[in-house]
Design a protein around this ligand. Structure first.
Ligand code: PMP
Length: 440
């Protein structure tokens, strides 16, 4: 089995080591952000002396930077199976910016159009739509996945006025992978377009947007580099060129125009029109290096490696007394994300106990997907109101383990040992309750 850990820098440097201990820290919070590949850091260092402003100079460095930047669009498009004569790649700082940009682009203030999102979305795929469109939500099934009958029912209900169906490729809470091509086919039958929020999909599974001639093609796709082993500050929005051709961009400024006079602005063509300000060339170098590394391993291999960790961990947790899981392995294909709680312990205490006892980083809370977590925890709107209005009530939430390519079964075993200890007996559970209460 290949050692993927060798591909990374800084795996041992996530948190300061506990006093007197030398074992490395374990990071199971890859859905939030991932460490960089060695190659990413190497390429950034190599390119740093040469970076320059894109499309703004005749000097060697500027020409080189511009070439690297434009070539990156091809690399991104090929990574997601998009066609260059049908799509444009707009570089943004992250998925959130990409979705806000698209929401602005598709918005017609004179019309009240419908965007159909789902109950399982990250806030970044909810809030940008809520303030511009009439928004409705596709219901969940028993396993926390999407109810596709409800999708179809809602599309019928709105009788062709749904402009967009927007859905995560994989959930950052449950890891559930949505059947995006099936959803696309349904949406297209009702003349709606589809956006896939691929923030969690792009790092963990192969993506194929497919040609527009296919009824199952993906119209728009968004992702962030910092969840796929490159640093922060760069991401992409991919979609049909013509959508960005008309009208004004949301942000204007340097790099967006062909001509400006006192009274007139002639916008440049997309994607340049949508990329106001000096572009993040080092981010692009990093993103390309990350994609090249993932391509070399192969996204199918990446998926399989993480699926192995997912199955191993979930099966062990299913057998552990005191653990409550929020989805199963039979629900649908999943990326390596496991949401759980320990019965009788607050999610914050579990996360803290893993950190103190095992130097294991997980995430707890609502993961910027509060409506989804509320549904998974079966909390009514009335109960939620009480929590909102009373700061003394504990905030509901879940503990989340999320794997990256470099995590190992040995690391999982270390986490399971800590969980066993804290979930194992009521006495230990009570001990931990009182420890964390004192800390608070
Ligand atoms: N969508 C999903 C599914 C996510 O997991 C995240 C990040 N947690 C986002 C969108 C937003 O990504 P970013 O913060 O990089 O904009």
């Amino acid at each position: 089995r290949p050692n993927y850990r060798e591909l990374f820098v800084g795996l041992e440097a996530f948190v300061p080591q506990a006093k007197g201990e030398s074992a490395p820290a374990i990071n199971f919070d890859n859905a939030a952000t991932t460490p960089p590949f060695n190659k990413v850091m190497h390429e950034i260092n190599q390119f740093a002396p040469f970076y320059s402003s894109i499309h703004r100079g005749t000097g060697y460095k500027s020409i080189l930077s511009s070439q690297v930047y434009e070539n990156a669009r091809k690399v991104v498009l090929s990574f997601v199976g998009g066609l260059s004569d049908q799509n444009t790649v707009i570089f943004v700082k992250n998925t959130t910016e990409a979705i806000n940009k698209l929401a602005y682009r598709l918005w017609n203030p004179r019309k009240k159009e419908v965007v159909l999102t789902t109950w399982m979305e990250h806030h970044s795929n909810l809030l940008p739509w809520r303030n511009k469109f009439q928004v409705d939500y596709v219901e969940l099934n028993e396993q926390g996945g999407l109810n596709l009958e409800d999708l179809e029912r809602k599309l019928q209900h709105y009788q062709g006025t749904v402009k967009l169906v927007t859905v995560s490729g994989a959930s950052n809470v449950t890891g559930i992978m949505n059947p995006i091509h099936h959803i696309a086919e349904i949406a297209h039958r009702y003349q709606a377009k589809i956006l896939v929020d691929a923030a969690q999909l792009a790092p963990h599974a192969a993506i194929d947007m497919r040609p527009n001639s296919s009824p199952e093609h993906i119209d728009f796709l968004a992702f962030s580099a910092h969840k796929m082993y490159a640093p922060f500050g760069i991401g992409a929005l991919i979609g049909p060129m013509q959508v960005f051709e008309q009208g004004n961009p949301e942000h204007s400024g340097g790099g967006t125009v062909q001509f400006v006079t006192k009274d007139r602005v002639i916008w440049d063509d997309p994607p340049h029109k949508e990329e106001a300000g000096t572009p993040n060339i080092l981010g692009i170098v990093a993103l390309v290096a990350a994609i090249e590394t993932l391509n070399k391993i192969g996204m199918k291999t990446v998926f399989k490696q993480e699926e192995r960790l997912l199955h191993y961990t979930q099966k062990k947790l299913e057998k552990m007394p005191g653990i409550k899981l929020y989805t199963s392995l039979t629900a649908s294909p999943r990326i390596g994300v496991i949401p759980f709680n320990i019965v009788g312990m607050h999610h914050e205490q579990v996360a803290q106990a893993l950190s103190w006892k095992g130097r294991i980083a997980v995430r707890n809370g609502c993961f910027c997907a509060q409506p989804y977590v509320q549904k998974l925890l079966r909390i009514s709107d009335r109960e939620m109101e009480k929590v909102i209005n009373n700061p003394l009530l504990p905030r509901p939430g879940i503990v989340r383990v999320s794997f990256g390519l470099y995590n190992t079964i040995e690391e999982v075993d270390q986490m399971l040992a800590v969980l066993q200890e804290i979930a194992g007996s009521d006495r230990t559970r009570m001990k931990f309750l009182s420890i964390s209460e004192k800390q608070v």
